[in-house]
Design a binder for this molecule. Structure first.
Ligand code: 6PG
Length: 462
């Protein structure tokens, strides 16, 4: 008896994915660094078609040929160790799928090493957290077509559904394309969370609303164009009580991260793609971690606080518009990074497919992806050129400015919403201030400049 697939890594995501795969009729051999966990898990789900091998060799032997092995272990050393261990014992045409949040460059190195032995590696971004992995995640695979063909059936069966009921999985492209798209998904995720946090802070500090009152506002937003998974779960977070106390009052304001937002920002910088909303969200996590310093400085500089100048219902209307506009600017920044990466690395990304598979299962799933998908199906490149974004931005831009203005007046930091606004303003400027930068560069370093009235490169005598 052999199993259809092998799965290594019984952490939270690995366990959920294993159960999801088994529920679709596949048999699975399981492996984990701490072997006791394998039997515990198999005993917990005796009705599923799981096999607990006696040894790593038994695990490898127990999988039908060509083998399909799924790695659900943390990126970095644990993945590296497994690739090293598997490479010499697997056969030509076997396929490995790395479902961790690996950095795309590392995926590409492993792909090259394994391809020399005829082993195919699919680098797969999986979004949706524990619940998504169990009930249906959004899946972003990248790598050789041979690897995709090996895993296509199982991934299609376990994925979430898009707005029209199709599986939220699609071959993103060659090399590390899958992990690249997932990395940018996470950059967008960081910014989405940050802009919602900024809205929360404004409502709490300006209008002194309770968490329940703020939850009512988010709930209303989630019924309209701001509908998204993150808007929905914000309501749960705002309403959560533990031992009779509001959980948000008890959670320390220090946000951790596992690196994907930083990588997205590093990529944006490397490629020269402006992404202030995403970078702002990463920087705000940085500020959150300097808690002691923040506390000391809070006492040193009195905040300039003024009473709000409009009614709460007027304000929430403006805030909804500012958030919607920021969401557009944020996604456009993500797409711009993807466009630049695609141009450089020739991944062959399909933006219509990306916006389709992000419609279900993933953390950034939102109603707006319907319009984006339609626009990209019509070969639009930059979101700001689409009719739907144009209509929305013309409608929302006044409110967007008003919200940023209000935040400045009331000493509320706002790197994501204001970063989105600056992105929009800078993107649509026919003439920027870079002439001034060029003048300075030539003045101090003879770096030369181009002119609007003549071709060529110029240097002035200063
Ligand atoms: C997802 C999430 C997932 C992970 C986050 C958390 O799409 O399911 O993005 O991959 O939980 O990346 O990231 P941080 O710990 O960096 O916030």
């Amino acid at each position: 008896m052999t199993s259809n697939l092998g799965l290594i890594g019984l952490g939270t995501m690995g366990k959920s994915l294993a159960r999801n795969i088994a529920s679709r009729g596949f048999s699975l051999s399981l492996w984990n660094r701490t072997t006791e966990k394998i039997n515990e898990f198999v005993d917990e789900f005796p009705d599923e078609n799981f096999y607990a091998p006696q040894s790593f060799e038994d695990f490898v032997e127990s999988i039908e040929r060509p083998r399909r092995i799924i790695l659900m272990v943390p990126a970095g050393d644990p993945t590296a160790d497994l690739i090293k261990k598997l490479a010499p014992i697997l056969d030509k045409d076997d396929a490995i799928m790395d479902g961790g949040n690996a950095i795309y460059k590392v995926t590409e190195i492993y792909q090259k090493q394994l391809e020399e032995k005829g082993i195919h590696l699919l680098g797969v971004g999986i979004s949706g957290g524990e619940e998504g992995a169990l009930k249906g995640p959004s899946i972003m695979p990248g790598g050789p077509v041979e690897a995709w063909e090996e895993f296509e059936e199982v991934l299609t069966k376990i994925a979430a559904e898009d707005f029209s009921g199709k599986a939220c999985v699609s071959h993103m492209g060659k090399g590390g394309a899958g992990h690249y798209v997932k990395m940018v998904h996470n950059g967008i995720e960081y910014a989405e969370m940050q802009m919602l946090a900024e809205a929360y802070q404004m409502l709490k500090e300006l209008y002194k609303l309770s968490h329940n009152e703020i939850a009512d506002i988010f709930e209303k937003w989630s019924e309209g164009r701001m509908a998204s998974y993150l808007t929905d779960i914000s309501v749960d977070v705002l309403r959560k009580k533990e031992d009779g106390k509001e959980l948000l009052d008890l959670i320390l304001d220090k946000a951790k991260n596992k690196g994907t937002g930083v990588w997205t920002t590093q990529e944006a910088l490397r490629l020269g793609v402006p992404s202030p909303t995403i970078a702002g969200a990463v920087f705000m996590r940085g500020f959150s971690n300097s808690l002691e310093e923040r506390k000391k400085l809070d006492g040193l500089y009195p905040r300039l606080e003024q009473s709000p100048e409009m009614t709460l219902s007027e304000f929430t209307e403006h805030l909804e518009k500012a958030l919607f506009a920021t969401r557009l600017a944020n996604f456009e920044q993500g797409f711009a990074i993807l466009r630049a990466a695609d141009k450089e690395m020739h991944y062959g990304l399909n933006f219509s497919e990306i916006t389709r598979i992000w419609q279900g299962g993933c953390i950034i799933r939102s109603a707006i992806l319907k319009d984006m998908n339609l626009a990209f199906s019509q070969k639009v490149q930059n979101l700001y050129f689409t009719e739907f974004a144009h209509t929305a931005l013309v409608e929302c831009q006044k409110s967007w400015k008003l919200i940023v203005n209000t935040a400045v007046k009331h000493s509320i930091p706002m790197l994501s919403i204001s970063g989105g606004l600056s992105h929009f303003e800078a993107s649509r400027r026919g003439r920027s201030s870079a002439n001034f930068i060029q003048g300075l560069r030539d003045r101090f370093g003879s770096h030369t400049y181009e002119r609007i009235d003549q071709e060529g490169s110029f240097h002035s005598e200063w």
